[in-house]
Design a protein around this ligand. Structure first.
Ligand code: GLU
Length: 299
């Protein structure tokens, strides 16, 4: 094990998996396949599956999408033991109702002086960062160290409301790694492949990274199954697990699905939404069968 490799829980011991859709549009075939894999892995391990609604982004979230998401997942044949519709020991299962937990984590990061307020705009960051970094165009640019405050400078208090981004100061040059249950060993260097990232946003909303790590830990998730587009996020979340003093889960990043033109599926692909497919008379079994035949959930 590399020196900085994160210890993670065994994916099989008391397996707890989760589905964490964001209700910002109708679920498409790519989401469905990832969620089906998550569900199959939980079943194969004799474990528990949790449904969590990642509804933090109030500007993009819609109640009808949240209801549709549950209906579509059920239509596909997925079942979960805990979730917003069925309750459970870790309720509430909607991130919009879990703010107090994120705030507690933020205070802890602040007390440890691991975060700092950043008033720079996205444009400042992009301009100061220069050429696209090794994380690729998809990811946010590496935050330029020149824009960081002096670590020895007094840290402003956390106000009740936040109107700047609070960023985690990443340990520049440290190699982080984890062993993905599908992709094998993955590593990235902090400060090179990703930089200081927001844990709380200037619209006073916790960032995806913070909310996700806090919830996966609080809900006792043992294996996170999600799309391979989030591998880079996993490294950020590993730093948060460490900073918050909690064990990281295991990770299984699924292949992404592309359309006929090779473009990654997104919520704009209405024709491939589960709703649309269902409306056209497709059966859930006809969608799932090829995934089952290709052994996608193994690993
Ligand atoms: N809500 C996030 C998404 O839909 C979840 C990502 C994750 O599984 O961590 O992209």
């Amino acid at each position: 094990m590399a020196q900085n490799e994160q210890k993670s829980s065994s994916p099989r011991a008391g397996y707890r998996g989760r589905l964490a859709p964001s209700p910002t549009g109708y679920l498409h075939l790519g989401h469905a396949r990832t969620f089906w894999i998550a569900s199959e892995r939980a079943r194969a391990a004799g474990g528990v599956l949790v449904l969590r609604s990642d509804d933090l982004d109030a500007s993009r979230y819609r109640l009808d999408f949240a209801d549709a998401m549950i209906e579509d997942l059920r239509w596909l044949g997925l079942r979960w033991e805990e979730g917003p519709d069925v309750g459970g020991p870790h309720a509430p299962y909607r991130q919009s109702q879990r703010r107090a937990l994120y705030r507690r984590a933020l205070k802890r990061l602040h007390a440890a002086r691991l975060i700092y307020p950043c008033a720079h705009t996205r444009r400042d960051v992009v301009e100061a960062a220069g050429a696209p970094h090794e994380g690729g165009e998809d990811d946010e640019p590496v935050y330029p160290p020149a824009l960081r405050p002096d670590p020895a400078a007094p840290l402003p208090p956390l106000g009740e409301k936040t109107d700047v981004n609070w960023r985690l100061r990443v340990p520049d040059g440290e190699e982080l790694s984890f062993v993905d249950t599908r992709l094998g060993r993955q590593s990235a260097v902090a400060g090179r492949h990703f930089g200081d990232f927001p844990v709380w946003r200037k619209d006073d909303c916790p960032s995806y990274q913070l909310a996700c790590a806090v919830d996966d830990a609080a809900m006792g998730i043992t294996e996170v199954v999600r799309g391979a587009d989030l591998v880079r996020s996993t490294f950020r979340q590993l730093l948060l697990y460490r900073a918050l003093g909690v064990a990281a889960p295991a990770f299984h990043h699924c292949p992404l699905m592309a359309d006929d033109a090779g473009l990654r599926l997104a919520k704009r692909h209405d024709a491939l939404s589960l709703r649309e497919l269902r409306g056209r008379g497709r059966s859930p079994e006809s969608l799932v069968e090829p995934w089952r035949d290709s052994g996608l959930a193994a690993g």
